[in-house]
Design a protein around this ligand. Sequence first.
Ligand code: HEM
Length: 136
Amino acid sequence: MSSAQNLAYAVVQVLHNFGAVAAVGGSFAAIKIESVNVRRKLAWLVLAGWGTQALSGASFGLVSYHFYHHFPDIAGIAVAALAIKMLCAATGFLLMAAYILWGANWPKEKGSVALLSSAILAATALSAAAFLRWFS
Ligand code: HEM
């Protein structure tokens, strides 16, 4: 692998790692927070985290395509793990967007369910990442 390719993967991985911290950590922290205002601020962080994961995740594929002219050849468990991650990122992003847009009118319990769901999705995606890494 060339240095340029290593650098491109490393830069994408930095974004992907911080996105994971924001999505996982932000979701779990928000559940514990009582203040609705602080929850909303954390929800923005989590939204940014989910968005970063989708964009940086796709960028992994684009870097491979740029250097090899085809996408990584993965199959079986790796494909399932990737599909789970994509589903979690899409659902988590939409969930947090709904919370930010309409959550102010929701009962607090409904907001808590949304944040807990985001935390479960984030933990699922983080676990799927390990399977993608070692089955591809
Ligand atoms: C659209 C969504 C996503 C896509 C397309 C995607 C794609 C990828 C790809 C291609 C890799 C490199 C795999 C390898 O080294 O073989 C990766 C690594 C990783 N992803 Fe994602 N990802 C997505 C979402 C997420 C989410 C939501 C999380 C966590 C909340 C996450 C956490 C990680 C972690 C921690 C790694 C590093 C794994 C390791 O090297 O041990 N990803 N992802």
